[in-house]
Design a protein around this ligand. Structure first.
Ligand SMILES: NC(=O)c1ccc[n+]([C@@H]2O[C@H](COP(=O)([O-])OP(=O)(O)OC[C@H]3O[C@@H](n4cnc5c(N)ncnc54)[C@H](OP(=O)(O)O)[C@@H]3O)[C@@H](O)[C@H]2O)c1
Length: 305
């Protein structure tokens, strides 16, 4: 009977048109779980077994409430970088709770806290705190910096620049984050009011990251430490928005402060497989670096040249 009930459980999945949410939705479908995909463009919703897509942006809490109706569990990916991100989150959480959602699994950020140096850590913590006040069961997944986004850190001159000092970070792949999320969502009752930092296997400095990338690619990649002021000027000259600059610079200063140095075994413990290393990730995804300017047009960036 317990098995029958679990088979009927509907998971409301947000972010299914995005990177992590898309992987989570695909993984839940592989597990045979029923899902409601909450998207803001029906044409981009993935077609998956036992899933239906419903239109609801976070900006429309009434539509969001209708979209989650009947779902027991919600996987909530943060809104993209709207100025009123926290307000949007409060509204969709309220809508979900009002519709009887019993458990919300929220994709947060590593070591989120009110005092976090990284802007993402502070923002996600505010949503976590709000979610706690609702009384609904929660699970907070707090991923480290995404390995998949590392190519964006490499300049066309082969430098990784930032005010990260000699601090370290355990880059984590989005695949691993999605696997952890799916493991929680398939049995949420085992993860009530739990908080999981989700990291790669080993914390490395940006200098070590550059050295490893050099070894893997056969190209010279070096870390150039900056002051925060130098970083802001440099990123502005590269055309990044104020928001992107704030995220990147504060991520670096958080690394420098030792706030992102956590490396743990959450991926192994919850999924049964070890977290992918930088080397393992790039061997599995040899084209991952090809959109970094340094490698543009080179297809697979791996291997000496
Ligand atoms: N950068 C990092 O290293 C890092 C580390 C840890 C955690 N995170 C967090 O992880 C989250 C997910 O990352 P990701 O790579 O999967 O992002 P992504 O590819 O940009 O996906 C975001 C998803 O959320 C949806 N979405 C955004 N705003 C929405 C809104 N107002 N209403 C409805 N849906 C909305 C997007 O829909 P559309 O497809 O319609 O845009 C998309 O499906 C991010 O929010 C970030 O805060 C990032």
């Amino acid at each position: 009977m317990g098995e029958d009930l679990r088979a009927e459980r509907v998971i409301a999945t947000t972010g299914a048109t995005g990177a992590v949410g898309g992987k989570v939705a695909a993984q839940l479908a592989r597990l045979g779980l029923a899902q409601r995909l909450i998207v803001r463009d029906l044409n981009r919703a993935p077609e998956l077994p036992k899933s239906s897509a419903v239109l609801a942006a976070y900006e429309d809490p009434a539509a969001f409430g209708r979209a989650v109706r009947g779902a027991e569990v919600l996987f909530l990916v943060a809104a993209d970088h709207a100025e009123n991100r926290e307000e949007l989150h409060r509204a969709v959480i309220d809508a979900a709770v009002a519709e009887g959602v019993r458990h919300i699994v929220y994709l947060s950020f590593l070591n989120a806290s009110a005092a976090a140096t990284c802007v993402l850590g502070r923002e996600h913590y505010a949503t976590e705190e709000y979610l706690r006040t609702t009384g609904v069961a929660y699970t907070f997944l707090r991923p480290s910096l995404y390995l998949d986004l590392l190519p964006e850190w490499i300049g066309e001159d082969g430098t990784i620049r930032g005010p990260a000092g000699e601090g370290t970070v355990a880059w984590v792949s989005r695949d691993d984050v999605a696997d952890v999320a799916a493991a929680v969502l398939r049995a949420p009752e085992e993860h009530v009011n739990r908080i999981y930092n989700v990291t790669g296997p080993e914390a490395v400095s940006l200098g070590q990251t550059a050295t490893r990338l050099s070894t893997l690619t056969g190209r010279t990649i070096v870390y150039v430490p900056q002051t925060p002021e130098e970083a802001i000027d440099f990123l502005s000259s590269q055309g990044l928005t104020a928001r992107e600059i704030a995220e990147r610079v504060s991520a670096c200063t958080a690394i420098a402060a030792g706030e992102l140095s956590t490396a743990n075994r959450t991926v192994l413990r919850l999924t049964g497989h070890p977290a992918r290393s930088l080397e393992g990730y790039l061997r599995k995804n040899p084209s991952a670096l090809s959109h970094a300017p340094l490698f543009s047009g080179s297809g697979s960036a791996l291997g000496p040249r």
